[in-house]
Design a protein. Structure first.
Length: 279
């Protein structure tokens, strides 16, 4: 475990909605509404490499290449100042640096430990005549075992701060499967965001051990409370969105769960089916 390489590859070609930038734009109108609709073609390759240079300390590099093509835009979206500034075709690429402190027992489903990450990614948009921008991410997660293994209190606080001319498709957004589960992805967006979540995870116990001698069941439940906000910068985070939810867990292999989550927010709800924990 001296070197770690992880990443995301996203590909989307789908009808979508764009409400605009900021809290006020997101609140009105609500979907389904033809004034916010467009077709989104988006893909991203995001890679993260770190090297352990000391016990629990890592340092490394980030790479991000993403592209958005917006078509069939509503009149309201086509006239939006942020869309007009960056256009309907936006392509960005970046290199960045990151530092990590990681004492988690298992990275994908920790029962105990601490994770801290600070990263700074420097982007350039399509064409060297366009300004660069910077994304700074601060991520704090902690996991506390409550009595026995399988009873875990986990919490996270994370910020994503945009500096410079951040294009409208790559602004900080709430409502992903990894922050405020229960909001529509992309409705709340701005240059910066901050959220915090606390989650209790409970794996059930068997009455008798299985053939491997394990007493822990493969089934579990979770419940969480969270809040988050978006704004042009940290000082502008004024409207805090409520969020809560419950979920089911099924262990498909040791310490790796499939998850089914149902989250609710302010006039919003969503269901998520995925693997591993949200954080």
């Amino acid at each position: 475990d001296k070197n770690r390489l992880s990443g995301d590859i996203w590909m989307k070609d789908m009808p979508d909605n764009y409400w605009g930038v900021g809290y006020d734009a997101a609140k009105n109108p609500s979907i389904p509404d033809s004034t916010t609709s467009y077709r989104r073609n988006w893909w991203q390759v995001y890679l993260k490499y770190v090297h352990r240079f000391k016990k629990d300390f890592f340092a490394g590099l980030l790479f991000d290449y993403n592209r958005t093509v917006a078509t069939n835009m509503s009149n309201q979206m086509a006239n939006d100042i942020y869309v007009q500034e960056n256009g309907h075709y936006v392509r960005n690429y970046s290199l960045g640096l990151l530092l990590q402190y990681d004492t988690r027992d298992v990275t994908v489903n920790a029962y105990e430990g601490l994770f801290l990450e600070m990263s700074s990614n420097f982007y350039r948009s399509e064409g060297f005549d366009k300004p660069t921008y910077q994304i700074v991410v601060l991520d704090y997660r902690q996991y506390q075992k409550l009595g026995r293994a399988g009873k875990t209190l986990a919490w996270q606080a994370k910020s994503r701060l945009g500096l410079g001319n951040v294009p409208w498709p790559e602004m900080s957004q709430l409502g992903t499967p990894f922050d405020l589960r229960g909001y529509r992805w992309g409705r709340y967006r701005d240059k910066s965001m901050l959220f915090a979540v606390a989650e209790y995870r409970h794996m059930f116990m068997r009455k008798t051990a299985d053939k491997h001698g394990n007493m822990m069941s493969r089934f579990g439940v979770v419940g969480w409370l969270a809040t988050g906000s978006v704004g042009t910068n940290i000082s502008k985070l004024q409207h805090w969105l409520p969020n809560a939810g419950i979920g089911l867990r099924f262990e498909i292999q040791k310490r790796m769960n499939a998850r089914l989550d149902f989250g609710v927010g302010d006039d919003s709800s969503a269901i998520y089916i995925s693997f591993n924990e949200a954080f």
